[in-house]
Design a protein around this ligand. Structure first.
Ligand code: URQ
Ligand code: ZN
Ligand code: ZN
Length: 488
């Protein structure tokens, strides 16, 4: 099956140019002008449109069992929503319960994901530690294509990894050539503040942001960056929402420490006032962690994306319908944490990022696809319009308007945090594995057509540099150190 995209402007993270794109056998096989339409099975007219790498959302939780319920989008409905928004790959999470073998959890999630309709991969969470975790991490990297391990520093009493787990798991990740990723919130502080607020009789959704203020995120970000620096391990911090964590990342990167950061589109545009909505249902629908912040944090996030302090955008798509959120009607700590976003990420970032001049079109591609592919070691198979790359593409119509609404979304949830937002710029066509899977509003994808993407470990030289930086600071630091008699 061949598919030809004609008359478009190709946009990669480095440059854009006019060219036709020919796909066959699931790969891009030609990128040049005036390719003949005669023998292509499918021809798409991309006149006045951009042809970009399909989005990669590095942070989703389809059908996640969490806080006594299960997220309402499964791997089929969630990936159908993803392609409707121009995303052609998700990196989801295997989250073993404490004590559960990582390998058992991995195979459980692999079975769930069989019904996906776009490509997918998994980070595996380290939620506890013993020799079996050490062993399973090795098997997952060497035999199952996992090259990233997640650590929740929040969620005490559930899936929280304390410092004792971090200092075991991080060196093991380095040894294997895998990247540690973290949810940075101080779980002990959250637990303490939740109990304090409940004692004061605060039960509503407003208790959620009050129990996890920006400093709770900033402390954990600082701490985990220091731990990684001492251990000489690269690090990826997910869903940075506040100035506190962004500045910790900026300082680390400034001193040459290999730290990457992610930002959710929701945190760029929604602020903490939502938790004070008189309508409990609407307030509860916004309960996710980290919580939405005072507006001042939003511009810092935009600057961090434009300035290269944060490298990826994601959604942390983990949606719960209103009756699920009702589980916390008398106690905000019981409201399942999570919001949707996988369908809206790219259009929201284009409208508020590119249309406002904060980001260029090439920045947009870097932030929605290419950087995630590079960080998680699947570039240029993914994240580039390039001969030989997977034919995962989005034909982006910069003039195509839509009003975001739960009424019309593909996400299987009865709420949308961007409800009523009008955006200009959205997908006309989405192509996954060389097949047209989204056509001007219609999802054509079939369940089970998505593929598991194995991600190779990082070559030793890529991670060794980090270890070197920490043990042999650059010459200038050594000279300065010598003047104060520091041996280092
Ligand atoms: O913390 C996460 O990333 C998962 C459990 C989704 N929920 C959330 O509130 N972010
Ligand atoms: Zn998280
Ligand atoms: Zn998450």
């Amino acid at each position: 099956m061949s598919l030809l995209i004609k008359n478009g402007t190709v946009v990669n993270a480095e440059r854009s140019w006019t060219a036709d794109v020919l796909c066959e056998g699931g790969k891009i096989i030609a990128i040049e002008n005036r390719l003949s339409s005669s023998d292509a099975d499918t021809v798409l007219d991309a006149r006045h449109c951009f042809v970009m790498p399909g989005g990669i959302d590095p942070h989703t939780h389809m059908q996640l069992p969490f806080m006594g319920t299960v997220a309402s989008d499964d791997f089929f409905t969630g990936t159908a929503a993803a392609i409707a928004g121009g995303t052609t790959m998700i990196i989801d999470f295997v989250i073993p319960s404490p004590g559960e073998r990582l390998l058992d959890a991995y195979h459980k999630w692999r079975a769930w994901a069989e019904k996906s309709c776009c490509d997918y991969s998994f980070h595996v969470a380290v939620t506890w530690w013993d020799e079996s975790v050490y062993a399973d991490m090795g098997t997952l990297v060497q035999d199952w294509g996992v090259n990233s391990f997640k650590h929740f520093m929040a969620y005490k009493g559930a899936i929280m990894a304390d410092d004792g787990v971090l200092v075991q798991s991080f060196p093991r990740s380095l040894e294997l050539g895998a990247l540690p990723t973290v949810h940075a919130e101080n779980g002990e502080l959250v637990d303490y503040l939740q109990k304090l607020l409940r004692k004061k009789g605060i039960t509503g959704p407003e208790g959620h942001p009050q129990s996890r203020p920006p400093k709770v995120e900033g402390e954990a970000a600082q701490r985990v960056i220091q731990i990684a620096g001492i251990l000489g391990v690269p690090l990826y911090l997910v869903h940075n929402s506040a100035i506190d964590s962004v500045s910790a990342i900026a300082q680390a990167r400034q001193r040459g420490q290999r730290v990457f950061g992610e930002c959710l589109t929701q945190h760029l545009l929604i602020d903490e006032s939502v938790y004070y909505d008189k309508d409990w249902r609407r307030a509860a629908a916004h309960v996710m962690s980290p919580p939405f912040r005072p507006k001042v944090h939003q511009e810092a996030l935009w600057d961090a994306l434009a300035g290269g302090v944060l490298q990826t955008t994601a959604t942390d798509h983990c949606c719960f319908c209103s009756e699920q959120k009702e589980m916390g009607h008398t106690d905000f700590t019981k409201i399942p944490n999570g919001t949707a976003g996988v369908e809206d990420r790219m259009a929201v970032l284009w409208h508020h990022g590119v249309n406002t001049g904060r980001l260029t079109a090439t920045d947009f591609v870097a932030l929605t696809s290419t950087n995630a592919a590079k960080i998680f070691n699947i570039y240029p198979r993914k994240g580039a319009v390039q001969i030989g790359a997977d034919a995962d593409l989005v034909v982006w119509d910069p003039k195509r308007k839509k009003v975001i609404s739960a009424e019309t979304q593909h996400q299987q949830v009865d709420f949308n945090v961007f409800e009523g937002m009008e955006v200009e710029g959205s997908p006309l066509y989405t192509v996954s594995n060389g097949r047209l899977v989204y056509d001007d509003g219609k999802v054509l994808a079939q369940a089970g057509t998505g593929r598991y993407v194995s991600r190779p470990p990082f070559p030793p030289y890529l991670v060794a540099q980090q270890r070197y930086n920490d043990r042999h600071p650059p010459q200038k630091v050594q000279r300065a150190a010598a003047t104060i008699g520091w041996e280092g």
